[in-house]
Structure formats: structure tokens, C-alpha cells
Design a binder for this molecule. Structure first.
Ligand code: SAM
Length: 197
């Protein structure tokens, strides 16, 4: 969906795509750290093209099954590796596929729970922060991390606060930005981290 649709509130998930679009080029490597329904994985695959690579992580097989179906229906399944594991293991899991150093152009985190699934299975502060620390080690110059935060569900506020505090401590070459709706209760918000060199 385009980022601005007449008479509809902006959505942080659409905003994340708009920030990533000019950053990603054909042939790039990108990671969806929380595959869920696969919408972000499909978006990343479309941006990096048939010569790029996408890794999609989720701890729930049902999420990866749904992602696989979505990719298949869009004929975008090539060059996408589905990883049924926690995103905190992003470094070893990418290393197994021969990806290391600062080779990754973009990593998307869409935190919280699987839409339509068990709301008790959520991303958690400890593993999210571990994954974010590892992500920065893999990010290439000019790369970007997007993080959609959902403070409105149980556990979501604490996670959002921890991620914001972690971002506030980042030093160069990383720059962190926070985008949020001002007049809604506990709205989802978006963090963008750029690696500037
Ligand atoms: C809000 S959903 C992601 C939405 C998704 N990006 C999409 O396009 O539909 C969050 C997902 O994170 C997954 N998740 C929770 N903890 C995780 C972890 N430690 N590592 C990877 N995925 C995790 C959940 O299973 C859930 O599917």
C-alpha cells in the first residue's frame, strides 16, 4: 500500500517500507527478523530482486509456512531462506549461509505477536536487544534497520521502552530516529537506524 492513502491514518509498517525502498538495490542482502505473515519478507525480496538474498526468521513454523505460501503465490520464493530460529542467532545462522562481515543492507524488525496467532508468543526484551546488537555488526555502510514497536499489548510497552533506551545509547556511525503518532493511545511507533559510513 502507498504510504499516504486519502482518509486513512498513516501506518508505521508502510512507513518502514518507504524508508527502505531507496536504500535497497538489486543484489543486496536483507533480513526480515520477524517474518510473521511474510509481507515484509516479500517486500524485501521484491527490492533485492533475483540476484539478491533474503533471510526470514521466525520462531513459529506456522509463520514461516504462511510466509512460504505468500512468496510462492508471488513467485518470489527464490533466494529467500526461511530460518525457524530466534533472531538473536542472526550471526551464526547467516554465517552458515556464507554471509558475514558487514554484508547486510537492511534488517526489519516488526515486534510483537503473529497476527491472528497466539498473542502470548511475543518478541521479548532480552532476545530483541541481543538480536539488535548482532544486527548492527552485520550492517553495511549505508544500511538501515527498521523497528516497528507495539506498546499496546502486554509486554509491548516494556519492550518498546528497552529498545528506545538502547537506541538512545548508539554512537556513530549509527543514527537512530523515532516516528510516532501523537494523538492516539499507545500507537505503534517506528524506529529507523541508519549506518552512515
Ligand atoms: C508482528 S509479527 C511480524 C509481522 C510480519 N513482519 C509480517 O509482515 O506479517 C511478529 C513475529 O515475531 C515472531 N517472533 C517472536 N519472537 C521471535 C524471535 N525471538 N525471533 C524471531 N521471531 C520472533 C512471532 O512469532 C511473530 O510471527
Amino acid at each position: 500500500m502507498p504510504v499516504a492513502v486519502k482518509n486513512k491514518p498513516l501506518r508505521v509498517t508502510d512507513l518502514a517500507w518507504e524508508f527502505l525502498r531507496p536504500v535497497l538495490e538489486p543484489g543486496d542482502i536483507a533480513v526480515d527478523a520477524t517474518a510473521g505473515t511474510g509481507q515484509d519478507t516479500l517486500f524485501l525480496r521484491q527490492c533485492v530482486g533475483e540476484n539478491g538474498r533474503v533471510f526470514a526468521f521466525d520462531i513459529q513454523t506456522v509463520a514461516l509456512q504462511q510466509t512460504k505460501i505468500l512468496l510462492g503465490s508471488s513467485r518470489s520464493v527464490d533466494n529467500v531462506t526461511l530460518v525457524c530460529d530466534s533472531h538473536e542467532f542472526i550471526i551464526p545462522r547467516l554465517a552458515e549461509a556464507g554471509v558475514g562481515g558487514q554484508a547486510v543492507k537492511a534488517v526489519m524488525f516488526n515486534l510483537g505477536y503473529f497476527p491472528g496467532g497466539d498473542p502470548a508468543i511475543i518478541t521479548k526484551v532480552e532476545t530483541t536487544i541481543k538480536a539488535l546488537n548482532s544486527t548492527l555488526r552485520l550492517l553495511s555502510s549505508g544500511g538501515m534497520v527498521t523497528i516497528c514497536l507495539y506498546p499496546g499489548h502486554p509486554g509491548g510497552f516494556e519492550e518498546a521502552q528497552a529498545v528506545i533506551a538502547w537506541c538512545e545509547m548508539l554512537e556513530a556511525p549509527f543514527v537512530a530516529h523515532h516516528f510516532q503518532t501523537l494523538n492516539r493511545k499507545s500507537p505503534p511507533t517506528l524506529i529507523i537506524i541508519q549506518r552512515t559510513r
